[in-house]
Write a protein that binds this ligand. Structure first.
Ligand SMILES: [Zn+2]
Length: 176
């Protein structure tokens, strides 16, 4: 039994057909060639057995009934099963509606807490396929929906951190 088959048994979500399909596709790509995967992004073949995600087209969250080819995580898992490696080097990220994400370089690393004290913290991070981004409009807090952020945040795609909201909620439950 080959290693691929052994691992295929462990990871039941990946079928032999899917592995064959992916391998045929990737092997037929020239180095430097692009594989455009709808709703996920653009992969460039960067080596004999390497792919690099260079454009991200949505935030994908794995749901059990979704087409697994719609997920970057799944592609990474599939590639690993067959000895391929997938890198992320995202140059361009789009929203679900196809608009590029606005993640200004000079703001990467910036954080702010909601001015209404609801506990939400927003952060500017480089685009990655692993976290969901939300856009701030008119200073509106993604959690309490009040105006909680300054004008410099308008139109910027941020990562929303609700850990302290959950901590506050937990503390209230304990106080009651
Ligand atoms: Zn808020």
């Amino acid at each position: 039994m080959s290693q691929v088959q052994e691992m295929g048994v462990v990871l039941m979500a990946i079928s032999d057909n899917q592995i064959r399909f992916a391998l045929r596709l990737w092997e037929s790509l020239a180095i430097g060639g692009k594989w455009i995967l709808p709703n996920v992004g653009v992969y460039v073949k960067t080596g004999e057995t390497t792919l690099t995600l260079t454009e991200l087209h949505t935030n994908t969250v794995i749901e059990s009934d979704q087409n697994l080819f719609d997920s970057h995580d799944w592609i990474v898992g599939l590639a690993n099963r067959v000895g391929w490696v997938v890198f992320d080097d995202i140059q361009l990220a789009h929203d679900v509606d196809g608009k590029p994400r606005n993640i200004p370089e000079y703001m990467i690393g910036s954080v702010a807490a909601c001015g209404n004290g609801c506990g939400i913290v927003i952060r500017v991070e480089p685009p990655t396929p692993w976290v969901a981004f939300e856009v701030i409009n008119d200073g509106e807090c993604p959690h309490c929906k009040e105006c909680g952020f300054g004008v410099e945040w308008n139109g910027v795609h941020v990562v929303v951190d609700d850990r302290s909201v959950r901590t506050l909620a937990q503390m209230q439950i304990e106080e009651e």
